[in-house]
Design a protein around this ligand. Structure first.
Ligand SMILES: Cc1ncc(COP(=O)(O)O)c(C=O)c1O
Length: 415
């Protein structure tokens, strides 16, 4: 039987290993600021706050409602829209909300498709499938790692989906939101799943999907936007009140009961920090991603899209098939405390895509959060070479490098 000491030791080991001793390049993760972490734990944890608009269904929730509204207000101002809801507890649940609001079982949605970078929630294997929706893959231009607008518009005209899902888990470049919006039936909802790039959008250095014609943004709040794990739905100011009401009803009573209200203070703090530091942070993220990509490329790694400057986001993709594929490569890097994940590239065969795909995906948002800049990106490319080409273990060098960056940046000071 495990005892208390086992549990505490495990948490201490995790804290030490992943925070102090690793270089984290998982593109979907980050760390909160110390101030956000401090206010993550409060009495809000463990309380309920079911409500339909301002009509509260529980007593004792005056401040819960206030803190939720305070979050909504910050995002409303940033995105210049009256329509924000922070109750979905994750990005995938935010997608479920829009599927519930704007489609019925049996309806079609058009989405990117897993090999081209879609999240599973927009496919038949994930939430779209669970909701009874038929998800059809759009056309993809592999060379440019982006949506093939011409053929996708033809597809949309033919299959008449209720929703077109844009945004992606693998996203190097802004997507053609405007081009698609201008060419499809205005009744079809365009939803931009910004989970990965929300911090870059918030910081103003990536595309602005609502301004480009998306009807809604769904997102996680904990990837490049470095808040607590959670979700958000933001509607364009051009939605009608009736349409937004469908979103609200899908959230409650549709999908949520307990909305994890303990995350709201941390979410609000992170958003205020992004108002203050988000532009500098997001600029540095993209700069770092480009430098890491260039440095790896110069060392002979097959980084995708050299002709397009590799990336405009926090991510870069490396084809590591010459080193045995994404699975052994990511595991070998993990032995040196460099943490990243294997990823399917659009050229992979379906049977390889989950087992041992050709790619690894690297995200620099957390390294940037720790204060690393261009020089450190070059050092990290050198560490990749040592591990994968020279077959060395560089754990000690990784720990030494990380130890120089133990303070979270782009945030308010604690206390
Ligand atoms: C594009 C996209 N959408 C949704 C999700 C799911 O987000 P969450 O883990 O917050 O449910 C992810 C997760 O990585 C994602 O990449």
């Amino acid at each position: 039987m495990p005892n208390l000491e086992d549990i505490i030791k495990l948490v201490d080991r995790q804290n030490r290993w992943r925070r102090q001793e690793c270089l984290n390049l998982i593109a979907s993760e980050s760390v909160m600021s110390p101030l956000a972490e401090k206010y993550y734990i409060s009495d809000f944890h463990g309380r309920y706050n079911e409500h339909s608009g301002p009509e509260r269904h529980y007593c004792g929730t005056i401040h819960s409602y206030e803190i939720e509204e305070l979050c909504n207000q910050i995002f409303r101002e940033r995105f210049e829209t009256p329509f924000v809801d922070v109750r979905p507890i994750s990005g995938a649940i935010a997608n479920m909300v829009v599927y519930t609001a704007f489609a019925r079982p049996g309806d079609i949605i058009v989405a990117l498709g897993i090999p081209n970078g879609a999240h599973v929630s927009s496919t038949q294997w994930g939430i779209a499938g669970v909701r009874g929706l038929k998800s059809i893959d759009m056309f993809f231009d592999i060379e440019n790692m982006n949506i093939d607008v011409e053929n996708t518009v033809k597809l949309i005209d033919k299959v008449k989906p209720k929703i077109v899902m844009l945004g992606a888990s693998v996203i190097l470049f802004p997507e053609p939101v405007k081009e698609i919006r201008e060419r499809i039936d205005p009744k079809i909802k365009i939803v931009y799943d910004a989970s990965h790039v929300f911090g870059l959008i918030y910081g103003g250095v990536f595309q602005q999907p609502l301004e480009e014609g998306a009807d809604l943004i769904t997102s996680s709040t904990h990837k490049t936007f470095q808040g607590p794990q959670g979700g958000i739905v933001i509607g364009s100011k051009n939605l009608s009140g009736e349409e937004w009401q469908k979103v609200e009803t899908a959230i409650f009573p549709g999908i949520m009961s307990n909305t994890h209200i303990h995350r709201f203070p941390a979410l609000a703090i992170t958003a205020l920090e992004m108002n203050e530091f988000g532009k500098d942070y997001a600029k540095q993220v993209v700069k770092n991603a480009k430098v890491l990509a260039e440095s790896l490329y110069e060392k002979g790694f097959d980084v995708l899209c050299p002709n397009l400057g590799f990336t405009e986001s926090h991510q870069i993709l490396v084809n590591v098939s010459k080193f045995g594929g994404g699975k052994p490569v990511s595991e070998l890097l993990e032995e040196s405390n460099i943490i990243c994940n294997k990823i399917a590239l659009p050229t992979d065969k379906p049977q390889d895509a989950t087992r041992n795909p050709s790619g690894i995906r690297l995200g620099v948002q957390e390294l940037t959060r720790w204060g690393m800049k261009e020089e450190e990106m070059r050092t990290i490319a050198e560490l990749f070479k040592k591990v994968l080409v020279e077959e060395k273990n560089v754990k000690n060098e990784v720990i030494e490098l990380k130890n120089r960056f133990n303070e979270v940046h782009y945030c308010f000071k604690l206390g």
